[in-house]
Design a protein around this ligand. Sequence first.
Ligand SMILES: Nc1nc2c(ncn2[C@@H]2O[C@H](COP(=O)(O)OP(=O)(O)OP(=O)(O)O)[C@@H](O)[C@H]2O)c(=O)[nH]1
Length: 190
Amino acid sequence: MKGKEPQTVHRKIAILGYRAVGKSSLTHSFVTGSFSEAYDPTIESTQHKTIRFRKVHFATDIVDTAGMDEYSRLSRNASLGVHGYALVFSIVSRKSFETIKQVNDSLLNTLGDAPDVPRVLVGSMEDLSDQRQVSKQDAQTMAESLGVPYIECSAKTGENVAEVFHTLLKEIEKDDGLLAETGEGGCHIM
Ligand SMILES: Nc1nc2c(ncn2[C@@H]2O[C@H](COP(=O)(O)OP(=O)(O)OP(=O)(O)O)[C@@H](O)[C@H]2O)c(=O)[nH]1
């Protein structure tokens, strides 16, 4: 029966957030499993990875965008055909957290007010939690006000990195049931 064949779907994801919050590190950690302490500001780059998640093959394009501030606008590539967004701040930078609201507003304005666009709020650099400037409670409250899930992760240790992308895929597929009721929770990186 053809139904046994895993289905392959293409999904485009964009990573947004203030400068140096670890957007590239998150992307690299997910795509290659590696981490670098070096900081090399990104202009924009797209990475690809196929994962199997609940019997579906997701061929993902991940757009790693340039750091945004209050005045930044989304590039064409980061706004066209994108299925879901990770809004990233660093838990050790209050400024990056405060920029999330503007990043989200800029996104919704660019998309012409699409409040239901799939998003996930990401608190990065969780390995540095002893230097935390953003409490989990504040982040959770922000996530609730945006109506999105919140996840803390560390590109350095790999903690919750895959979880960020799985959660976003679940948000993307929430309405069409692609990931529903397969009874298989696991995810395989390919
Ligand atoms: N300890 C720790 N450092 C991190 C983590 N993620 C990123 N970094 C460091 O933070 C710095 C910035 O990381 P990038 O991934 O380049 O940040 P970015 O958001 O892509 O930066 P821009 O492209 O300039 O916006 C680098 O020195 C990374 O090594 C993390 O999870 N833990």
